[in-house]
Design a protein around this ligand. Structure first.
Ligand code: AP5
Length: 211
């Protein structure tokens, strides 16, 4: 089972990914989390990605394809994987399809979390994330401890207003067209109302997958 979690920045992909993964018994891959881990570790990948991410631009497709190939080839992904924000351009969708074909697999469904821009600005304006495990929180101050371990909450640089505006423009220009690419290639695309309690959104997503 390979499921693509899709949606605008702040739609709730990162919140839903671990909940859906636990319900489905598969691991997750978030390219955003992988890139932030590389930045923290000071690797060449992190150094290359940082400027793009801080501005809210997309990291080049070749970099992302390297992460996807490696992750899908790992034994832990053999039973399936939830791809959180992993496919953001048509070349990435094409590249993922190629990798899947080489492994004898396919993308089974795309879940697109839908939310309007005002709600996104509200959510990202008050988001903090754990510097270690990346768990997102709303309305919790930077500097306070994470509930899930000994990490500390921080604000993401790309949650500043100028970067959020750019991320929304980049989504419309480069990422939104990927949904039609999947429809044209026969992959099920399910739109999920992402407004409501976290539990309700999880239930809607699981319902769409069951259907
Ligand atoms: P990434 O980290 O993936 O960011 P994103 O897609 O912009 O998504 P976010 O993490 O901002 O939001 P989310 O949808 O996960 O929402 P969350 O659950 O946190 O990528 C960052 C950057 O990396 C990109 O801009 C790009 O530069 C680069 N990158 C990554 N992948 C790439 C790729 N494939 N190609 C090229 N570049 C790539 O929720 C948001 C807030 O809302 C939280 O505070 C949360 O607590 C709250 N919330 C969640 N659900 C609810 C709810 N139901 N009700 C109320 N509040 C809620």
């Amino acid at each position: 089972m390979i499921i693509v979690l899709f949606g605008k920045p702040g739609a709730g992909k990162g919140t839903q990914a671990p909940l859906l993964a636990a319900a489905l018994g598969v691991p997750t891959l978030s390219t955003g989390d992988e890139l932030r881990a590389a930045i923290r570790a000071g690797t060449a990948l992190g150094l290359e990605a940082k400027g793009y991410m801080d501005r809210g631009d997309l990291v080049p497709d070749a970099v992302i394809m390297g992460i996807i190939k490696q992750a899908l080839s790992e034994p832990r992904a053999a039973g399936g994987v939830l791809l959180d924000g992993v496919v953001r351009t048509i070349p990435q969708a094409e590249g993922l399809a190629e990798v899947c074909a080489q492994l004898g697999r396919t993308v089974d469904a795309v879940l697109c979390f839908e939310i309007d821009d005002d709600e996104i600005v509200r959510r990202l304006g008050s988001r903090t994330v754990c510097e270690r495990c990346q768990t997102p929180y709303t309305g919790r101050e930077a500097g306070t401890p994470c509930d899930k371990g000994d990490g500390v909450l921080v604000r993401r640089k790309d949650d500043e207003p100028a970067a959020v505006r750019n991320r929304l423009e980049v989504y419309e220009r480069q990422t939104a067209p990927v949904l039609n690419w999947y429809r044209e290639h026969g992959t099920k695309v399910a739109k999920i109302d992402a407004v409501g309690s976290v539990q309700d959104v999880t239930a809607r997503a699981l319902g769409a997958l069951a259907a």
